[in-house]
Design a protein around this ligand. Structure first.
Ligand SMILES: Cc1cc2nc3c(=O)[nH]c(=O)nc-3n(C[C@H](O)[C@H](O)[C@H](O)COP(=O)(O)OP(=O)(O)OC[C@H]3O[C@@H](n4cnc5c(N)ncnc54)[C@H](O)[C@@H]3O)c2cc1C
Length: 404
């Protein structure tokens, strides 16, 4: 029997589309059209002025920076379907989410909503929605990356507060962040997964020092982060004591869910690769390049459709699950493949690093190609996603060769 409620849902979505489109036309400053990357860059929460500030304040009033979060904490209170409509209308208008970058909207906010006490939600969620604070994630340590549960940074219970000592590494945006969601060891005598807790740590204190790490691409997006007698109040624990591993895994699922778009690293995002290959003469000079470009375009389209289907299927689910591991890997393959083809399409101009013979777009393509290498490392490497897919989705045994 046809579902007679379907047309009603469609009507409501169309009404929302009209409302969203009118609101964007009225509030989005035309000076910012299509300038997301330039406007946001590496700004911190207090470094926002002019039209960008006005746009951020307008978005904060309706909560659309976090469109599906509960209105009770300042979120938009929209359904996932309405949020997708909003995203499409924003893209059509060349608009973007103006909330400060960092990991508040994508990772910490959703995890605090999943595990936080009422007081933690009231304290931390509204400033994230308003774009007033920046969060970082303190997981990796010099001897704990893929094997994250080996982490050693310690938090000792001092009665009325936690005393934190140790080092994190690769902490994205730590130098600009106000807060850090950190995994810490709270019971060194317990088996490694069972002695870990999740702490919400204020970064603006004298016990925290950040040292930015420079990458080959020229960017410096992450830091070594040192905690020396840093403190956190007792109620900074997110979730239960010594059960931080579960909280930490949930945050990683949210992280992967946010990394499933296949936007290509490097320049030329808006310009079709085939056109770039023709303009540099590679379409004729490099055998097979047009076939590879078409294959990458088909993979990108298949990825986008699969992503849309997965989002629709996840409508009723309570959390992001393991599907993002598949989508993160396919997004990475599409984006890294596109970046490789972009350089090949430019011939010798795809070797530009600095100086006059290369245009800004050529240099950007090269540094973006290099930065794109990080996609298969951060958020859990491609091999670790494959392990999750084989164990948690396909149910394959732990050992496939030579094991008992
Ligand atoms: C740009 C960028 C931003 C980052 N931001 C943050 C951040 O904000 N916060 C944070 O805490 N961390 C961050 N990281 C760190 C990231 O999470 C780690 O680099 C990642 O988890 C891998 O850990 P590792 O570097 O120690 O490599 P290792 O764990 O030493 O891995 C080395 C290689 O061995 C492979 N490998 C390891 N174990 C297995 C296994 N069991 N099976 C198969 N292969 C395996 C890996 O896939 C990899 O190829 C960031 C990294 C990058 C590149």
């Amino acid at each position: 029997m046809p579902d007679s409620s379907e047309p009603l849902v469609q009507d409501a979505l169309e009404a929302f589309r009209a409302r969203a489109s009118a609101w964007i036309a009225e509030n989005f400053p035309s000076t910012l059209r299509g300038k997301a990357a330039e406007a946001l860059g590496r700004i911190d929460a207090e470094d926002v002025q002019g039209d960008l500030l006005a746009w951020r304040q307008a978005m904060a009033r309706v909560g659309w920076g976090a469109p599906t979060w509960p209105a009770a904490y300042g979120g938009g209170g929209l359904s996932p379907a309405e949020a997708r409509v909003l995203a499409k209308e924003m893209a059509k208008a060349g608009a973007f989410n103006p909330m400060v970058q960092g990991m508040g909207i994508t990772m910490l906010g959703p995890t605090i909503l999943d595990y936080g006490t009422e007081a933690q939600k009231q304290t931390h969620i509204p400033p994230i929605v308003r774009g007033e604070v920046r969060w970082c994630v303190g997981y990796s340590e010099p001897n704990a990356g893929s094997d994250l549960a080996s982490l050693q940074m310690r938090a000792e219970d001092k009665g009325d507060h936690w005393l934190i000592n140790g080092q994190k590494i690769w902490t994205s945006g730590a130098d600009l962040s106000d807060w850090c969601g950190a995994l810490v060891r709270t019971d060194p005598s317990a088996p490694k997964h069972k002695g870990i807790s999740f702490l919400l740590v204020n970064m603006k204190q004298k016990g925290v020092e950040t040292r930015p790490i420079k990458l080959i691409s020229g960017a410096s997006p992450f830091c070594e982060t040192f905690f020396t007698d840093a403190v956190a109040p007792k109620d900074a624990l997110l979730g239960e004591l010594n059960k931080g591993w579960d909280v930490g895994k949930r945050l990683l699922q949210h992280e992967r869910a946010s990394q499933t778009g296949a936007s290509a690293p490097g320049g030329g995002r808006g310009r079709p690769l085939g056109e770039i290959a023709r303009s540099y003469g590679a379409a004729d000079a490099v055998p097979g390049i047009m076939d590879e470009i078409n294959r990458n375009a088909m993979d990108a389209r298949a990825h986008a459709l699969t992503l849309e289907r997965a989002m629709a299927e996840a409508k009723g689910a309570s959390g992001p699950g393991h599907t993002p591991s598949i989508l993160k890997n396919s997004a990475t393959q599409v984006a890294q493949g596109r970046a490789e083809l972009h350089l090949a399409a430019m011939g010798v101009h795809g070797r530009g690093w600095e100086g006059e013979p290369f245009t800004a777009a050529e240099r950007e393509a090269v540094s973006g190609w290099l930065f794109g290498k990080a996609m298969s490392i951060y958020g859990g490497s491609a091999e670790i996603q494959n392990n999750i897919i084989s164990k948690r989705i396909l149910g394959l045994p732990e050992k496939t060769q030579g094991g008992e």
